[in-house]
Write a protein that binds this ligand. Structure first.
Ligand code: NAD
Ligand code: DAU
Length: 327
């Protein structure tokens, strides 16, 4: 299969690219190389074009493909609160442009979406695929907009498209703005770990290998117009993950600082995943082992994250997000 992976230089996309190459597929990457796109994530020799998924000419440079898996997105909730425009551009308009290309090419299409489109869920409930969408942040609202474009394109234009909604994903190569890589690299640098609010928010943690395995299964076996939740049923409070990081690194506990909460902060995500499990998927990575292996990866791969954290772009973002919070 000739497969277009958009956002293939980002965190999950790059793991997916490696997985599909190992499966013998003919992979081409389209990536805008925003701050989150990193050539160091890509395997040597991969066919890769720079371009914006929201620009039809950039998409058309790829030529015919059998399938498109769309990982390209603006992905960080905190950045969407600081400035939502890029999120609407890429996550909504970009998805629409890719759907138009998929229609012309008669290509299979998988939209990689998120559990955040459901908004936060009460204790005792897990979001089903047909639950109403109640996004809380400009990020999740944009992802929900992309999902709705996909469902409309299936119905109106007969596109062979499915949607995956994955939960909080962790593993190597994640840009160090997200909780786990930020806290691990800050701890390694002896810098504070800024825990929002009371730190009792719950996320359902999923290893990147398990996330990619599920996306591959949906690509090959998912039905048009269907949505598939992907979660490992590993619900943990942020304080628990923070404690694991501090203990595994033997860091000073006083580095953990309770800071002003995220605006509109979702309290809990939880997914009902029977549908993807019925296709034959189940998570393989154990939470404790996976988290500790991920912490070890950042400890052992300073050459991957140090250039990012020392860059002007990162420092500028970090100051905007944390300077006032940390005092
Ligand atoms: P990431 O931020 O690490 O990477 C995003 C990639 O998309 C980067 O390589 C970036 O350069 C590229 N990109 C951004 N705008 C683009 C554009 N206009 N055109 C082309 N490329 C563009 O993201 P990630 O964490 O790997 O997430 C990948 C996908 O998975 C996203 O759609 C995200 O919503 C979804 N998702 C992420 C998680 C998570 O926990 N990370 C969980 C569920 C779903
Ligand atoms: O649930 C899937 C989503 O998971 C994806 O769609 C998003 O792309 C991805 O970024 C992630 O979103 P979150 O907002 O849950 O991830 P983040 O790592 O930013 O935050 C995880 C939790 O940690 C959340 O409750 C906020 C908290 N947090 C985060 C940061 C960056 C802190 O307490 N302090 C921080 O500095």
């Amino acid at each position: 299969m000739r497969l277009l992976v958009t956002g293939g230089a980002g965190f999950i996309g790059s793991h997916f690219v490696k997985r599909m190459l190992a499966a013998g597929e003919d992979v081409v990457v389209l990536d805008k190389f925003t701050y989150a796109g990193n050539p160091a994530n890509l395997p040597d020799g991969i066919e890769c074009r720079r371009g914006d998924i929201a620009t039809r000419g950039d998409v058309d440079q790829i030529g015919p493909v059998d399938a498109i898996v769309n990982f390209a997105a603006e992905t960080h909730v905190d950045r969407s609160i600081l400035g939502p425009e890029d999120f609407v551009h890429t996550d909504v308009l970009g998805t629409l442009v890719l759907l138009q290309a998929a229609e012309e090419l008669s290509a299979r299409f998988v939209q990689v979406s998120t559990d955040e489109v459901y908004g936060d869920v009460e204790p005792g409930w897990s979001s089903r695929e047909d639950d109403p969408l109640r996004p809380s942040s400009p990020y999740s609202a944009s992802k929900a907009g992309g999902d709705l474009q996909v469902l409309a394109a299936v119905r109106t234009f007969g596109i062979n498209a499915s949607i995956t909604r994955g939960s909080n994903t962790y593993g190597p190569n994640q840009y160090p703005e997200k909780l786990l890589p930020l806290f691990v690299t800050n701890a390694l640098d002896g810098e504070p770990l800024p825990l929002y609010g009371d730190g009792r928010q719950v996320r359902d943690w999923l290893h990147v290998d398990d996330h990619c395995a599920a996306v591959e299964l949906v690509l090959r076996q998912g039905e048009a117009g269907q949505v598939y939740n992907i979660g490992a049923d590993e619900e943990h409070e942020n304080v628990e993950l923070t404690k694991m990081i501090v203990e595994h690194l033997g860091a000073d506990r006083s580095l953990v600082r309770s800071v002003e909460d995220r605006a509109g902060h979702d309290r809990r995500y939880s997914l009902e995943t029977a549908k993807v499990r019925a296709l034959g998927w189940q998570p393989r990575r154990d939470w404790g082992e996976g988290v500790r292996a991920t912490i070890d990866w950042y400890r052992d791969n300073r050459d991957w994250w140090e250039p990012i954290k020392r860059s002007g772009g990162f420092r500028e973002y970090y100051d905007k997000q944390y300077a006032a919070r940390l005092g």
